[in-house]
Design a protein around this ligand. Sequence first.
Ligand code: BGC
Ligand code: ZN
Length: 366
Amino acid sequence: MKAIVVKPPKPGVEVRDLTQVIRHGSGTVKVRILENGICGTDREIVRGELTTARPPEGRDWLVLGHEALGIVEDSSDPRFKPGDLVMPINRRSYHGKCLNCLVGRPDFCEANEFVEAGIIGMDGFMVEYWYDDPKYLVKVPKNIADIAVMAQPLSDLEKSVEEILNVQRRLIWTCDDGTYNCRRSIVFGTGSTGILISLLLRTIGFEVYVANRRDPLESEAKITEEAGIIYYNYSKDGLDKLKSMGFDLVVDTTGASASLIGHEIEMLKPNGILGLFGFPAEGELTLRYDVIQRFIYKSNAIVGLINGQKPHFQQALAHLAQWKSIWPTVANSLITRVVDVNDDKELMQVLNRKEKGEIKVKIKWS
Ligand code: BGC
Ligand code: ZN
């Protein structure tokens, strides 16, 4: 059985013929892989840079892949039947001892004992087939099969937006028409995470800026134009202008330097919130006392954002279906490259680095 395997913390990736069968939980549903998406986390593992990555207990290797679309081949669970399209949830409770894990929310695990498929202590889904637990499978509508693989990264952002709105329930944050149409947001970073959360914020009515250090690429220009998102090049137009404009919501998805966060804090309006999604890869954050004074005075908030769960996968699939009909250009621009799993050379290329203009690369299994 063909699988894409890594050996964290060591760098490297290889295609292997596995002899053992992969089984998760009750394992009552046999899923054959159709497609995998690749994200920055996969590449960090391949480069040996992700310190949290580790194989399952008792061995030194791990099947990679947490973004997956599969088809049910066999099932003894009445909720799934052969031919159903499904998507597996990537973070799962391990011992299930913490209260949040017990109610299906290991994204808020307090015991730090969860596993993540293809990342932390659990085999991922870059494998021909596996046996899974129905609790961790979501059904995928067939008419969005072409972009469905985006639902995993989007689930993280559904959860992020939900969390931001929950934090903001500390005050009345909706506008005088009951919507969020009067709220201004800015998203730093135009990778798939930055694009997806910008689209979500547009969907619920926010005014949305998306910022990067360069002019938009063609794919980004098409998406932002159709969805009514304002692109901002901050190496050209500067960060100071953004600080004087002020934002109700700032989201960082850059994974760049920690020092950017200091600038983002200064962009917050009264009651504004900063959401941190991307892991900064370097640098440090120094905040002057007067910046902290203003932060307190304005009742600002900062929240860490990570990992969506089953409800968020369901919302993500519904949003993908919605976008396909209201923003067809957006929907057609999200997948920027499809690689055949049998094409070793291309496969190694896309597993190792992000290419220019990439939003989402998917691996197709045949
Ligand atoms: C995944 C998340 C996961 C995070 C941390 C991301 O790439 O999409 O679901 O929680 O990595 O491992
Ligand atoms: Zn990911």
